[in-house]
Design a binder for this molecule. Structure first.
Ligand SMILES: C[S@@+](CC[C@H](N)C(=O)[O-])C[C@H]1O[C@@H](n2cnc3c(N)ncnc32)[C@H](O)[C@@H]1O
Length: 390
């Protein structure tokens, strides 16, 4: 039943401001992926070797990613450099019991200083946002509402749902009495994209909305929208080349590949490269994924120092929720690379941190930008920078 009055929504408290519309329902079922990950010693050794090679050259910066987060993930580093396949597999096979995905995705175990009791803490990082916004309500209930709001927003952005219009009715979308189910929304997206859309859940413990196509978790919705956005900028050209900086688990690369893009490069720190390699090699054809020091493939995963060694340009540089978390020197290295090659940048970032992306391009006389709210997640700004002839 759609909530009928404001009183029934009062439990949302500050979570209201994470949403774009009045929820159609207040109780959405959630599901957790349960299938154990099959052991894959060869993949573990491959990922471990790429990590060790990268760490020979990698120089940490002052960013918290290279300082406090690295310290929290130190046991993962130790396992990777141990050369022991058992130790490597123990890290890769059950991310809900390590902090490997901490900072970008779930399932993950929060570091000891992030939650009073790390053993019993939620394994989904979005629980922390929801607890911060409402300390008393069951965060699972709030998470279902937030996930559905984000999915509907992505649907509106993609044009498979009409935009909600609160000036006349709050019970939206008015043209879909009772609201649409998760499967109905995803079916519409799939019809538009023509892909046979799947939401892969290779790791046990991923929490999200259940669907016929897999469990739909928060970052998966963002990634699907982002890949669609990249695809629209590519105008459907499968040879359109993308450099994504700071890619988290690699979900956007996954959806971009399933949309047909076959020249995709990720640059990220070696610790996060581990997570990307584990996710992408288990969800795409692993022979089409290249790790550091391996021959180029359709999807490539590289550490930051490779930026200055790339002897090529790209059609688009993408950065999501990341530029403002790295040192300003790192952000400027990536920006200068884009500027030198006159490569457009798609940035989706919030403006809470000390540095903003806007401050960088507004100081630059040859940069011009569009700037709009990012549709599926409040608080984020979507900017596309292009270059004047100079
Ligand atoms: C908050 S996460 C966002 C990840 C992903 N874009 C998403 O939205 O789910 C920040 C990302 O920036 C990456 N990062 C941090 N420092 C970096 C650097 N110097 N170069 C490239 N990526 C970096 C992190 O490893 C992580 O993947």
């Amino acid at each position: 039943m759609p909530p009928s009055d404001d009183a029934s929504l009062s439990f949302l408290e500050r979570v209201t401001w994470l949403l774009r519309r009045q929820p159609h329902k207040i109780d959405y079922a959630l599901a957790t992926s349960a299938t154990p990950l099959p052991s894959d010693a060869a993949l573990g050794l491959r990922i471990g070797a790429a990590y060790c090679h990268a760490m020979e050259t990698f120089q940490p910066t002052a960013s918290f990613w290279d300082q406090s987060f690295f310290a929290a993930k130190r046991n993962i580093h130790d396992a990777m450099i141990s050369g022991s396949v058992e130790a490597i597999e123990a890290v890769l096979i059950n991310p809900a019991e390590t902090s490997l995905f901490w900072g970008f995705d779930g399932p993950t175990k929060p570091p000891a200083d992030a939650w009073a009791d790390a053993e019993t803490a939620p394994r989904d990082p979005h629980a922390f946002v929801l607890r911060n916004a409402n300390a008393t309500a069951d965060w699972h209930r709030l998470y279902g509402i937030w996930l559905m709001d984000s999915l509907v927003s992505a649907g509106e952005a993609m044009g498979i749902l009409r935009a909600d219009y609160p000036e006349i009715s709050l019970e939206m979308p008015r043209q879909y009495p009772g609201g649409l189910s998760v499967d109905e929304i995803i079916d519409r997206m799939d019809q538009m994209l023509g892909l046979g859309l799947q939401f892969p859940n290779p790791f046990p413990g991923e929490l999200g909305l259940p669907s016929r196509r897999g469990i739909v978790s928060f970052r998966a919705i963002q990634a699907l929208y982002q890949a669609w956005r990249i695809w629209t900028l590519a105008e459907g050209n499968p040879d359109f080349s993308v450099l994504e900086i700071g890619a988290g688990l690699g979900r956007t690369a996954y959806f971009a590949r399933t949309l047909g893009l076959r020249d995709y490069t990720i640059i990220d720190i070696p610790m996060t490269n581990l997570a990307q390699a584990d996710f992408l090699c288990r969800t795409l054809d692993p022979t089409e994924v290249s790790l550091f020091t391996e021959p180029r493939a359709q999807t490539n995963i590289l550490p930051p120092f490779m930026l200055s060694r790339l002897d090529r340009s790209f059609d688009l540089i993408v950065n999501v929720d990341s530029f403002t978390e790295m040192s300003s020197e790192s952000m400027m290295d990536y920006y200068d690379f884009a500027r030198r090659h006159r490569t457009p940048i798609l940035s989706i970032n919030h403006e809470y941190n000390a540095n903003t992306f806007r401050e960088v391009y507004t100081r630059d006389s040859i940069a011009k930008a569009t700037r709009y709210p990012y549709w599926p997640r409040r608080g984020y700004v979507e900017e596309v920078v292009t270059w004047r002839n100079a």
